[in-house]
Ligand binder design. Structure first.
Ligand code: SF4
Length: 406
């Protein structure tokens, strides 16, 4: 079927043009927050009522249903192995709205293969009944945005929780039979010292979760924090402190038996987040909710990043997907290779080229041997055909990625 002129003008997704493919992961974006943290550029809105959130759940279920109606050749293959509810703050949805969403999605898609289902939870408002409800629906992994255990850092980030809230939340999660728990941390916060970061890491380890994500603070365009930076009202961590913090993170978590399986993600053995790995391994994922990004068989698209416009599209029975980008096999191979280098499992260059049915670009071999000589990449010790960043390479990961970008 030929795309409509309107679709071409707005770069709207024509679902009929997508090839049938298996959808391994499902992401659901819940765009509600109590308050906008100063560093955050995820799409979220504050000020909402329970009625507003119920209406939002109605649209999310309608969006899922639209996939069934408008793209039955895709929907019949939506049997995700992993699900992730992110945001925003998914746990802000009222109990009955979340219950309705979980029940409704299960009625639309086949969830029989799901073996990991994560929901992000706000440590300030965790509630035992709510957690029991999530667990009863099959959610088996919770992720808490702790960010730091130093109140001064939380104030610098404009986070509205107290470090003690994370303890309390993890206790409640364990009472509700959750064993798969993640803590998100941020380092290189203005004013943060290496000692304070080390103390936060020790604090996080003492909580004994199976997974810790630790990201350096980034200054995203147009966030309030970036405005403060531009106006000279905050002093960012200098490069050498940030590097020391990265090294401290890796050394501390390695010693504790939680090595990095991706640059910023650490886990106990067999506790890696499979949903994240699905993204980095180039698998197919479908995303629902405003601003959520999907990837299906080499086609990327993003939902409208505005709740009102996203809702209008759904009410008009149009998939709210825009910014459609079709990647060639060579582009997919490039992306997969660059992401693969960031993983501890590494990437097998020849097998990946054969998976994407492309010829390895001529300049790859010389770049790889140069980086091997500089000890910035290395062969995986157990799978010598796979390459990955070395410890030194991780410190300059972005420059190495740029080397291989087209
Ligand atoms: S709670 Fe999370 S999603 Fe919401 S504004 Fe803060 S960082 Fe962003």
């Amino acid at each position: 079927m030929l795309p409509l002129l309107d679709d071409l003008k707005s770069n709207r997704l024509d679902p009929a043009s997508l090839p049938a493919c298996e959808v391994e992961a499902l992401y659901v974006h819940i765009p509600f927050c109590f308050h906008k943290c100063h560093y955050c550029d995820f799409y979220s809105i504050t000020r909402q009522t329970p009625e507003r959130m119920h209406a939002f759940v109605d649209r999310l279920l309608a969006e899922a249903q639209l996939w069934k109606t408008l793209a039955p050749h895709i929907a019949s293959h939506i049997a995700p192995r992993t699900i992730f509810f992110g945001g925003g703050t998914p746990s802000l949805l009222p109990h009955d709205a979340m219950h309705r969403l979980l029940t409704g999605l299960r009625n639309v898609f086949d969830f029989s293969r799901v073996h990991e289902w994560t929901i992000e939870v706000n440590p300030a408002t965790t509630d035992l009944n709510y957690l029991h409800m999530l667990r009863a629906h099959g959610v088996d992994r919770l992720s808490f945005g702790a960010q730091s255990f130093d109140q001064r850092d939380l104030m610098a980030l404009e986070r509205h929780h107290h470090p003690d809230d994370v303890h309390r939340s993890l206790d409640l999660a364990r009472q509700a039979s959750f064993t798969r728990l993640n803590i998100d941390l941020i380092y290189a916060i203005p004013g943060q010292s290496l000692e304070s970061w080390q103390a936060s890491l020790n604090h996080a380890l003492a909580l004994n979760t199976e997974h810790i994500s630790a990201y350096a603070l980034t200054y995203e365009p147009n966030t309030p924090l970036t405005v403060l930076l531009r106006e000279g009202r905050i002093t960012p961590a200098d490069e050498s402190t940030e590097l020391d913090m990265l090294r401290t993170t890796r050394a501390t978590l390695d010693r504790a038996g939680m090595p990095a399986y991706e640059i910023s993600n650490h886990a106990k053995p067999n506790a890696e987040a499979q949903h994240n790995l699905a993204y980095w391994r180039g698998l197919n994922y479908l995303a629902l909710g405003p601003s959520a990004a999907s990837h299906l068989a080499g086609t990327r698209f993003k939902n409208i990043p505005h709740i009102g416009e996203w809702e209008s599209a759904i009410d008009d029975r149009i998939l709210p997907a825009r910014d459609v980008e079709s990647l060639t096999r060579a582009e997919q191979f490039h992306e997969r290779f660059i992401f693969g280098l960031r993983l501890a499992e590494g990437i097998d260059l020849h097998r990946t080229a054969s998976d994407y049915q492309v010829r390895i670009p001529d300049d790859f071999h010389s770049k790889i041997s140069q980086l091997l000589t500089l000890k910035l990449i290395e062969h995986h010790p157990l799978h010598p055909t796979s390459l990955r960043l070395s410890g030194r390479g991780i410190e300059v990961a972005d420059s190495i990625a740029a080397e291989f970008s087209r």
